[in-house]
Design a protein around this ligand. Structure first.
Ligand SMILES: Cc1cc2nc3c(=O)[nH]c(=O)nc-3n(C[C@H](O)[C@H](O)[C@H](O)COP(=O)(O)OP(=O)(O)OC[C@H]3O[C@@H](n4cnc5c(N)ncnc54)[C@H](O)[C@@H]3O)c2cc1C
Length: 388
């Protein structure tokens, strides 16, 4: 990894910055259908501007540049405080790379451009009530019937399911042999008959995720990715991408700067919190951790450029950023004191309840995309080669 920016990359950075300054939309609405519409419209504008799928091949609607340009875009995006991209967490980060690596040509051509333009939103149907960390124990079944698979069972924690047009779904097609050999990876139309979706409210008060029930849902065989019984290999590719990427680093770098500004303007025991020795030490440690995260992210990008897929090392990245995320939010509450623990709708809430909401949401970071314990197991066994 070359740390100094080339002249072309600096020009690219200036182009991104200029476009975002001219095109950033007004703040997004609160939850509800308006939020989803706003998110789709914004993604469409990004795509029309050439800013969706920067590192994806041009034949699938991408821009055909590299991961370094994607990183530059992400950095500028965070600096501009542009709105969240709703299709980012599942569609752009998971489905796109999975189809590029494991999909059939018709699947790439059919799905990727509409994913980039925001025309079609995606969700991820992996976890079940008794299959999270131990995903291979999943029990949602699919039986072959002519040229279709018929799906019955239940998924849970399915983020964005209520807004999604399509789902990457992992099902059991065989109970013979090792558990992970009997899995199949499907592209499921969320408008298919037989699907019931129930929202689940999180401790933040929002309901991003859902339970999804399948009652004789028919999926064409053509929508299988990677072949019947070969779903586990596809899942591993999806999870590798879920745990890597540059988004956490740029988000946490922006939040660390915001936290330092908060410490400068908030009074603690009659003086700015930034002068308190304990708070200073924590903020300095966060700044160091953000730099560590940056270097680890760059190492991950280097591996991705060499091999095309993120290896098990992406678990190091996921483990580190998710735990740093929580430490940052805890420091914010240390700075704000008791009023920092009031919700957004409370008139006495410090900073409009922003940091309290973030503190609650950050608890999920060490669970989704694989828990910290699971990441430690992967690092021990597959990176360090320790015995099971
Ligand atoms: C905000 C959020 C969004 C999510 N979105 C989605 C989504 O869109 N789609 C989807 O499919 N899933 C989603 N998930 C689910 C997520 O992938 C699972 O919650 C996660 O994999 C953990 O599974 P589990 O909840 O069943 O916990 P369990 O696997 O039951 O784990 C319980 C505890 O046991 C520990 N544990 C389990 N196995 C081991 C082991 N072998 N060694 C050591 N400790 C172990 C875990 O670390 C954890 O502390 C989401 C979760 C959250 C919090």
């Amino acid at each position: 990894m070359e740390f100094r920016e080339s002249a072309e990359d600096a020009a690219f950075r200036a182009e991104v910055r200029g476009w975002l300054a001219a095109n950033k939309p007004p703040p997004e609405p609160a939850e509800g259908p308006d939020k989803a519409r706003y998110a789709r419209d914004w993604q469409r504008r990004l795509w029309e501007g050439g800013w969706a799928g920067i590192a994806w091949p041009q034949e699938y609607g991408g821009r055909g540049l590299g991961v370094v340009q994607q990183l530059i875009f992400n950095e500028e995006y965070a600096l501009a405080r542009a709105p969240d991209i709703l299709n980012l967490k599942v569609g752009l980060s998971l489905v796109g790379p999975t189809l590029i690596h494991c999909g059939e040509e018709w699947q790439r051509k059919r799905f990727l451009p509409k994913l980039l333009s925001g025309e079609e939103m995606w969700c991820q149907g992996f976890s079940e009530p008794n299959a999270g960390s131990d995903l291979a124990s999943l029990r949602t079944r699919a039986e072959l019937d002519g040229d279709e698979l018929v799906v019955n069972g239940q998924k849970t924690w399915t983020s964005f399911a209520r807004w999604a047009d399509w789902c990457i779904l992992v099902v059991r097609t065989s109970s013979e042999g090792p558990r992970h050999k009997g899995l199949t990876f499907l592209l499921l139309d969320m408008k298919s008959p037989g699907i019931t979706i129930r929202p689940l409210v999180e401790m933040t008060g929002h309901a991003w995720f859902n339970e999804v029930f399948f009652d004789n849902v028919r999926v064409p065989l053509a929508n299988v990715v990677g072949g019947i019984g070969n779903g586990w290999n596809v899942v591993v590719t999806t999870l590798g991408h879920e745990r890597s990427g540059t988004t956490p680093y740029v988000r946490l770098a922006a939040e660390q700067r915001r936290l330092a500004r908060l410490a400068r303007r908030t009074l603690l025991n009659g003086a700015p919190a930034a002068r308190d020795p304990l708070i200073r030490q924590k903020i300095a440690q966060h700044a160091i951790d953000v730099q560590t995260l940056k270097c680890t992210t760059y190492r991950n990008i280097t591996a991705l450029r060499r091999t095309g897929t993120p290896g098990p090392e992406s678990s190091v990245l996921k483990l580190f950023w998710s735990e740093l995320d929580q430490r940052l939010k805890e420091t914010a509450i240390d700075i704000l004191g008791a009023r920092g623990l009031l919700r957004r709708d409370d008139p006495l809430a410090a900073e409009d309840g922003f940091w309290f909401h973030e503190l609650l949401w950050s608890r999920a970071a060490t669970i989704y995309a694989g828990t910290s314990e699971v990441q430690r197991n992967i690092v021990a066994q597959r990176v360090l080669g320790l015995p099971r």
